[in-house]
Design a protein around this ligand. Structure first.
Ligand SMILES: [Fe+2]
Length: 414
């Protein structure tokens, strides 16, 4: 299938080496990692899977994760992916301590074990991957994200996690290039326990998410220096992506979803950049739903004309835990949404809550072992990138999975 067999086997079985470096304006230099693959086919699929981390020992997995994994593997038989983007919360609830943690085998290797899953997995970590147990806990504190990077040299070899921040570029035989920039969002804004970064004060200025002077609370980047380096690295990566037909960015935390802005720091620093550089979509997890939202036309910097958002935000964090409609929507809106739609309260206004426009919303209505989970499939050709939300729901007896929503993204016009 692949032309670059040598490059692929290198990725598949070893920790990939850096192929560049970047120095930020403060003088910090870090190695950079860009994985480039040329395909023989004119089109290809990839999967985005979030929040699939099973349960802690002794179970390691859950019925819900297994339901979703079965649906994913059945779907992949028909639509084999070239790779899987894994967007965090890989191991509930406290990550792994080392590359020898049994969770690698029990939560990952033995669960996603079909032939079609033996492709590169490109991860970016979630809060639970960094979440540590109290000091002195027997067996260690876990939450060691660096062990997840180190695991690239272990196991089945498909785990391909060269650094906290890296890129992939897949080019089809027709010359269609898909670039993905993976960012470790806890490193950027923190492994926060008291909610996402949001305004510290409720004064008028802080109503404007674009106001960088407005102080945010719960903002504790895991590494301030690396975070500042990463903001500059992201800017230059986006700037040099002009030849990408589809440009994706992905990270664990939601930036914008059907409820509005989630992480204000990510929104105010990343969303304008992504619009400026014509990013096609941002894939996010953290919330255990499937959603498609764009920025509301009303949400623009002070004094600017109203304009619709151009970046599609796809939430796909339903790999192994569930937020029922009641828990999530009561939190966000005080009401209940339709089965597979957006909140009725927004409908009279085009599903626009003044922060975001909701195009699609799904959460399982079942509980515990009966609940459904899901993942996202992206099918790319020269005409479009077709994003599909797939769930383990069985509408008919013989169903192995259900495609709940489909949306076509046009190639960039840069
Ligand atoms: Fe999370």
């Amino acid at each position: 299938m692949r032309i670059l067999v040598a490059a692929f086997s290198h990725i598949f079985s070893e920790v990939i080496g850096p192929n560049g470096s970047f120095t930020d304006s403060r003088g910090l230099t870090r190695d950079t990692f860009s994985i480039k693959i040329e395909l023989e086919s004119e089109k290809f699929n990839f999967i985005v899977l979030g929040d699939w981390g099973g349960l802690p020992p002794p179970t390691y997995t859950s019925d819900l994760q297994l339901n979703g994994a079965k649906a994913l593997m059945e779907y992949a038989k028909i639509n084999p992916p070239e790779y899987v983007i894994s967007i965090g919360d890989h191991f509930y609830y406290n990550g792994v301590e080392t590359v020898r943690d049994r969770a690698w085998e029990r939560t990952f290797e033995n669960v996603y074990d079909s032939q079609e899953m033996m492709v590169p997995w490109y991860p970016t970590m979630g809060n639970h991957d960094w979440l540590k147990l109290p000091e002195g806990t027997e067996g260690g504190q876990k939450g060691n994200g660096w062990a997840q990077i180190e695991y690239s040299a272990h196991g089945s070899g498909r785990w391909t996690h060269p650094d906290l921040f890296f890129t992939t570029e897949y080019t089809t035989s027709a010359g269609v290039k898909v670039k993905t920039i993976l960012v470790d969002t806890p490193t950027l804004t923190g492994e926060y326990r008291d909610g996402a970064p949001r305004p510290l004060h409720s004064d008028e200025n802080c109503e404007d998410p674009y106001n960088l002077d407005c102080e945010l609370r719960a903002l504790h980047p895991l590494d301030v220096d690396v975070a500042e380096w990463a903001w500059e690295w992201l800017d230059q990566e986006l700037a040099k992506s002009v030849d990408a037909d589809f440009l994706f960015v992905t990270g664990h935390y939601m930036i914008l979803d059907t409820g509005g802005i989630y992480d204000w720091e990510l929104f105010r620093r990343m969303e304008p950049l992504m619009e400026q550089y014509k990013v096609s979509a941002f894939f996010q997890g953290h919330k255990h739903t499937q959603e498609h939202a764009v920025r509301s036309p009303k949400l623009v910097p002070a004094g600017a004309e109203e304009s619709p958002g151009t970046v599609h935000f796809f939430t796909t964090g339903a790999g192994s835990l569930y937020d029922t409609e009641s828990t999530i929507f009561q939190q966000l809106t005080g009401g209940l949404p339709g089965r597979s739609g957006c909140h009725p309260r927004f409908e009279e206004n085009g599903n626009d809550n003044s922060r975001s426009v909701c195009n699609y919303y799904w959460a399982t209505t079942k509980k515990d072992g009966d609940a459904d989970s899901g993942f996202t499939s992206v099918n790319v050709d020269a005409e479009r990138a077709r994003v599909r939300f797939v769930t383990s729901e069985k509408i008919n007896e013989d169903d192995e999975f259900t495609v709940g929503y489909e949306f076509d993204i046009n190639p960039r016009n840069v």
